[in-house]
Design a protein. Sequence first.
Length: 196
Amino acid sequence: MGQGKMVWLLGASTGGLQAVKEFLSKVPVSRDIAFVYVQHIAEQQIDTLLRMIEKQTGWPTHQAVTGQFIKPGTVTVISPEFETRLSKQGWMLCFNSRWQGHYAPSIDQVAARLALVYKRDCGAIIFTGMGDDGAKGCQTIKDRGGKVWVQDPTDCTAPTMPEAVIQRKSADFVGTAGQLAQKMCMEMEQMEACSQ
């Protein structure tokens, strides 16, 4: 990732696919942004998710594989099957082992690695979901100078994931899936203006 480029983590669980799809379909594909999508999902559903995101949002989408860098203008989907880390150089490392902890894939673990590698060029958006996965990771992103947004709990199928981030005072912005997309478009316009 070059200067002026941002990596955004999209974290979601229950009801998340719908919300993330709505968000991405309203954000134009840009060479300034890369998305890393961490969705609590069953392994058998990953191919359907990849096809659906690409077809219904226009964003080129692929599953994370070892040795691959996070590419601007794409959505990298993290598999629930393989624990996935990010090297210091920014390439993916997929292990032949299960995720540690309650969640697969783990939003907290991916967020922490992104924060270490990308620092202030990293952000997270936590969408609808059960549990508190993402709350710790968002705090790490914030501590490194990144941005944290959450889906408005009243707009969620399951509000506990965004609420956990809000309770930690980590959220910089709270909005519906549509408002989050609007805010992202504004960020992209500012990035473009700054790089001119």
